[in-house]
Structures are given as structure tokens and as C-alpha cells.
Design a protein around this ligand. Structure first.
Ligand code: TTP
Ligand code: MG
Length: 399
């Protein structure tokens, strides 16, 4: 490889630092410099959404049970999530990105890929654009963002991840292999815990070890993932930055204060989650065709069940109806967590052809009227009769 390989693409990956916790510290400056844990009441059975870097010193991490976080740092400040604030900061963050390129792929509320290949003539080299973005996010939002700059998505994300917090790292083509080789296999996109364990069992621990295997070895072991690993281990990733769809799925889940053993209680929770999901879909102008139910039992075993509809929907009632059908035969053990999500999303202004006409028009109008009331008077201003006295909530997590 020539020493001065000129990349044909310039990708920036941005990921806010300790996002929910940093927003909480901005809302209440007294929390600055303190261990802040977002997730809810430490006596509940929910999990940590995220925590400030001050809390990470105690080994606290996302998805850890709140009770465990409390054991590690009883003096920490525990807060419920405030999605409205996070969404607001997220859209202000995106607005800054759009000043530099239209080619943006948001991955979650706090993370996005930007393809700035066509912006360099106007705004200067990619690292300068990334620095400008960092500066503006600090000045205009008061938050720190980590940025990675490279010629593909895998390397750009790796660069922001390994330079966190307040990170800034450029990976140029001629230094890719040196940087990748010593890293753990878990850093490769697509390698989850299970594949990582399988690789380590074969004494393949680093990316360099993966590189020592042939493409046939890898596809024999991992099927189509094997081919991806072969390429990624060499720093090759041709995935484009995909604009268009901002959200891949909209979901809510709930860890219960006490395990649920009665179907009626589980149905109530599913109704509440479906109502939240419907509202979020309408707020984002989205509809989805696939409804997924997730159940985690008290032994931590989890199952998911999905149903794909003929026509996409954003209506609580339909989401609930399908999720409830998916519940059939599920309550075999006490349930610790339930989740409802909708994916396979389209924008809600896309035309929909239904053989039987649109019977849901009335329901849709009603749902939107209820949204308006809730926007004006608060989420609890209108509640379904079935949910009155429902007491299963311990803090919902968005996914
Ligand atoms: P992340 O970007 O993974 O985490 P973070 O921004 O809090 O911290 P950092 O990037 O500096 O490591 O996720 C963004 C937000 O998504 C996070 O602030 C809270 C939410 N989240 C959850 O609710 N549950 C989770 O398990 C994770 C990983 C994130
Ligand atoms: Mg982040």
C-alpha cells in the first residue's frame, strides 16, 4: 500500500458522552462533577440507562441492575429518564450536523454517521469539519461529543469509541492495520458476546488472530458473518451512510417492581407499553408493520415473538391487539420484564393500499386528538379505564 493512499470517502462518527446523564447535569448544574445515574429509583428492579463518567469510576455501566449500581455507589444521584429533554438535545445536535452535510445516518438519539466526502470543498478537510462540530456542540449545547474520522463507518466508529470521552481521533488508511491488530475481537462489528466467546475458544483473541484465518476458514465457522469478519479485520467496510430512515424501531420496555404472575397484569402492562409506542410513532411521523413482544422471566431467560401486518400502523389499539395475541401461552413462569416494539418502519405519509379500505381513519383521528390533549395537559391527563390503578411501572426504557 502506498504511504499516501488517498481515501475515496470521508466519514465522521459522532457519539455524545454519557448522553442522558450529561443532559441531566446541564438541567441541574449542581449535579456537575457528581456520579449521576439515569434509570430510576435504586430500590426498583430496573436497570441503569447510563451514568456520568464520575459514576463509571465505580464500575457502573449501562444495563446493570440499579440495585447493583446503588451497592457500588450509594452516594450517587439516581434520576428517572426525561426523554423529552434528550430528544430536544438530540434534534439540536442533528441540526448542527446538517449544516455540514445532508448525508447523515442517525443511529440513536446521541449517535450518527456523517458522510462529508462532498463537503470538503466548502468546509475544509474532514478533521476540520469534525473539530468544528465538536466546538459547536460544546458552545451551543454545552455537551461534549466524541468524534472519529476515517474512510469507512467501521473505522470511524472505532475511532470515536476508543478516544472517548471528549474524543477526537483520525484513522488514516496507512495506519489501519497497526491500530486494528492488537484490538480484541469484540471490537469487530457483528461480533457479539457469543461469537467473541466462540472465537476466543479457538484461541482467536485479537483482530490480528482473525486476520490469520482464510476467508474459507471464517465462512466455515460463521457463515455470512465470516466474510464480514474477513473484511473488517483488514479495515474494509463498504457500507454506505444510509440517510432516510432515522429510526429503525420504536419500543418501550418495563421491568416490574415485582414479578408478574397474572395474565391480567401482564395485559395491562402491554397495553400501557403499546400506548407509549403508538404515541412515539405518531410524534415521529412513523408507522410500522412488525410488532414485537419481548418477555424476560424471573430466571432472566428471554423470548421475543413478532407478527408482521399487511398494513403499517401507528395506532395503540392495533399494536396492543397484536402484542396481546403474541402473549398467548407465554406466561409459563413469573415475568420480570415486558417490552413492545414496532419496526419495519415507513413514514406515515406514504400511501397505503388496503384491499378493504381504511377502516382505521376514525381511530387515527381519535389517537391524534388524544395526543393533542396530552401535549397540552400532560401524559396522565387521559388514561385508559383499564389502566386506572395499574401499578406495574418501574421506569420504562426506550430502545
Ligand atoms: P451510549 O452512546 O451507548 O452511551 P452514553 O452516551 O451514555 O455514554 P458514552 O457514549 O459516553 O459511552 O448510549 C446513548 C444513550 O442511550 C445513553 O445516554 C442512554 C441510552 N442507553 C440506554 O438507555 N440503555 C443502554 O443499555 C444503553 C447502552 C444506552
Ligand atoms: Mg454516547
Amino acid at each position: 500500500m502506498s504511504k499516501f493512499t488517498k481515501p475515496d470517502r470521508y466519514i465522521i462518527h459522532c457519539d455524545m458522552d454519557a448522553f442522558y446523564a450529561s443532559v441531566e447535569q446541564l438541567k441541574n448544574p449542581e449535579l456537575k462533577g457528581k456520579p449521576v445515574i439515569v434509570g430510576g429509583n435504586p430500590k426498583s428492579r430496573g436497570v441503569v440507562s447510563t451514568c456520568s463518567y464520575e459514576a463509571r469510576k465505580y464500575g457502573i455501566r449501562s444495563a446493570m441492575p440499579l440495585a447493583e449500581a446503588f451497592r457500588r455507589c450509594p452516594g450517587a444521584i439516581f434520576l428517572p429518564p426525561d426523554f423529552r429533554a434528550y430528544k430536544d438535545f438530540s434534534s439540536r445536535m442533528l441540526k448542527i450536523f446538517y449544516d455540514y452535510t445532508p448525508l447523515i445516518e442517525p443511529i440513536s438519539l446521541d449517535e450518527a454517521f456523517l458522510d462529508v466526502s462532498g463537503s470538503i470543498g466548502l468546509f475544509g478537510p474532514a478533521p476540520d469539519i469534525a473539530l468544528k462540530i465538536k466546538e459547536r456542540i460544546k458552545q451551543e449545547l454545552g455537551l461534549t461529543v466524541s468524534v472519529g474520522i476515517a474512510h469507512n463507518k467501521f473505522l470511524a466508529k472505532l475511532a470515536s469509541d476508543i478516544s472517548k470521552p471528549d474524543g477526537f481521533l483520525v484513522i488514516s488508511p496507512n495506519e489501519v492495520q497497526k491500530l486494528l491488530d492488537p484490538l480484541d475481537v469484540g471490537r469487530l462489528w457483528g461480533v457479539g458476546q457469543k461469537s467473541a466467546e466462540r472465537l476466543r475458544g479457538l484461541n482467536i483473541k485479537t483482530i490480528k488472530d482473525v486476520r490469520s484465518l482464510t476467508k474459507d476458514n471464517l465462512t466455515g465457522l460463521f457463515g455470512s458473518l465470516g466474510e464480514q469478519l474477513y473484511l473488517l479485520a483488514r479495515g474494509i467496510d463498504n457500507r454506505p451512510v444510509e440517510t432516510g430512515r432515522r429510526t429503525k424501531s420504536v419500543g418501550r420496555e418495563n421491568t416490574f417492581a415485582a414479578d408478574i404472575i397474572k395474565l391480567d397484569d401482564l395485559e395491562k402492562s402491554i397495553l400501557e407499553l403499546s400506548t407509549d409506542v403508538g404515541r412515539s410513532l405518531r410524534r415521529e411521523g412513523l408507522k410500522g408493520r412488525t410488532i414485537t413482544l419481548k418477555i424476560k422471566y424471573n430466571d432472566f431467560k428471554a423470548i421475543t415473538r413478532s407478527k408482521t401486518l399487511d398494513v403499517s400502523t401507528d395506532l395503540d389499539e392495533i399494536i396492543y391487539r397484536e402484542a396481546r395475541l403474541l402473549l398467548e401461552g407465554v406466561l409459563t413462569k413469573p415475568v420480570r420484564l415486558a417490552g413492545v416494539s414496532v419496526n419495519n418502519l415507513t413514514d406515515d405519509d406514504e400511501p397505503q393500499l388496503s384491499l378493504f379500505g381504511n377502516h382505521d381513519e376514525g381511530k387515527s383521528k381519535l389517537a391524534r386528538t388524544i395526543d393533542l390533549v396530552k401535549d397540552k395537559y400532560g401524559e396522565k391527563s387521559i388514561i385508559r379505564a383499564r389502566l386506572l390503578n395499574s401499578n406495574t411501572d418501574t421506569g420504562k426504557k426506550k430502545n
